[in-house]
Design a binder for this molecule. Structure first.
Ligand SMILES: [Zn+2]
Length: 435
């Protein structure tokens, strides 16, 4: 049997607070696993172990059958923490054991051939120390896994980037709902609308609940030669009454407002919560774009932002009528028109509830699509409209309520305009869009 072995270590942090000084043996030696989570991405399964302190650990793989073994020195498992029901992806099962009295062992039984990458994260926000073990599928490349569409050379490609995901919930609402879920739902709806229309093609930087680093979101767009980059988020503010949508573009001269500055800091901190191995960062986010390209990009991004605000204004409240500017990392490194859309405030109880609703999400996605289409009309790289904008073609899964929300009209107007008695619709059926 061959065994690939990788040793990783970190010094145990031994600083003791005055309160614990009386029981040094209790705090010094043990690294307790206090929670565990699995996240399943297209190319990897991520296991996150929350730890009571920085631990020394080793991770290695074994073959026949394939396993990944995590040994934590002086480790133990908090009562009630359970791995067994949370496996999936390339991990078939999880076992724990104690090869010797000083070592707590976790064994991941693999379903598919995989390599691993492990790193520790320092405490961040609500999170304590975390040990992250990425189980990376060997056969499936990220490229293949995340490009379900057959893209053509001449496609006008829209990369939709649902913010946050996995370990990084983004803004947390008053009743505990997460920005990452709102962003993904709206992004999925937007993708469906764009692709059903067919004039442009849309792909998502993440398709489920897992974290994608800011760097990867950017390289995802760049390697596919995307034409437009839309990052979808939901906002947070100290003031619970703050409401409405905003659109931001990159600023090279500081933020246009205190709010924008604070927001960019918050959004740029996603990697800290989501979990990125700092040692593996490449300098792409620090890359300086050529001035000429940057001017063009910012001008185009501004025009796109104006179109989006115009469309969003027709279906809801705007937080700011002007396109905001701030130093968003995710906008900085793409060299195409790029905006960040805050669809509403998670911290406003009314909007938090609204942003969870199917029809509200559809209304916002529909508005973003119309804003994007208007921008596209003025962009010579974009194909001309193929559909009559006064006609809507019924898509699979459509209902009158959904269509009305998407078009930003009322159900009764839609019925009246089309003389519809029943709610039955046929896929491909053409409906007149009420003006
Ligand atoms: Zn966000």
């Amino acid at each position: 049997m061959s065994a690939a072995c990788q040793w990783l270590g970190l010094a145990i942090i031994t600083s003791l607070t005055a309160a614990f000084a009386a029981w040094p043996q209790l705090v010094y030696s043990q690294a307790e696993v206090i929670d565990s989570r699995f996240w399943h991405g297209p190319d990897r399964t991520r296991l996150v172990l929350e730890l009571s302190g920085a631990a020394t650990y080793r991770v290695f793989s074994l073959e026949d059958p394939g396993r990944i073994v995590i040994d934590i020195d002086e480790g133990r498992l908090r009562q009630g923490v359970n791995f067994t029901t949370r496996s999936g992806g390339s991990v078939a099962g999880v076992r724990t054991g104690r090869p010797d009295p000083e070592t707590f062992r976790i064994v991941l039984d693999l379903r598919l051939a995989a390599t691993f990458h492990a790193f520790l994260l320092d405490p961040n926000g609500a999170y304590p120390h975390r040990l992250v073990v990425d189980v990376i599928q060997e056969a499936k490349t990220e490229e293949a896994a995340s490009s379900p569409l057959d893209l053509r050379e001449d496609d006008y490609l829209v990369v939709i980037d649902p913010g946050h995901g996995g370990e990084d919930p983004g803004a947390v609402g008053a009743t505990g709902s997460y920005e990452k879920n709102v962003a993904l739902s709206i992004a999925r709806r937007l993708k469906r609308i764009v692709n059903w229309d067919g004039r442009m093609r849309a792909i998502l930087t993440r398709t489920d609940d897992y974290y994608v680093s800011l760097r990867k979101r950017v390289t995802f767009a760049m390697t596919r030669r995307a034409d437009v980059f839309l990052s979808v988020h939901a906002d947070a503010a100290q003031r619970k009454t703050a409401q409405g949508a905003s659109v931001y573009i990159l600023s090279t001269h500081g933020a246009s407002s205190e709010m924008g500055k604070w927001l960019a800091q918050r959004e740029n901190a996603a990697d800290l919560a989501g979990g990125v191995d700092i040692g593996q960062q490449d300098p792409v986010l620090q890359r300086t774009l050529l001035d000429m390209g940057l001017d063009w990009k910012i001008r185009e991004s501004y025009d796109l932002g104006r179109s989006l605000l115009g469309a969003l204004n027709e279906v809801g409240v705007l937080h700011n009528r002007e396109v905001g500017r701030a130093g968003f990392a995710v906008l900085k490194a793409v060299d195409i028109p790029a905006v960040l859309i805050e669809t509403g405030f998670m911290t406003n109880p009314v909007e938090e509830k609204d942003l969870q609703q199917e029809l509200s999400q559809e209304r916002i996605a529909g508005a973003i699509f119309r804003g994007l289409s208007t921008y596209c009309d003025a962009d010579e790289r974009c194909p001309r409209r193929t559909r009559d904008e006064n006609t809507y073609v019924v898509a699979p899964g459509d209902s009158l309520r959904l269509i009305a929300a998407r078009l930003g009209v009322s159900v009764s107007d839609l019925r009246r305009e089309n003389g519809l008695q029943s709610g039955t619709l046929q896929i491909g059926q053409k409906l007149k869009v009420p003006l």
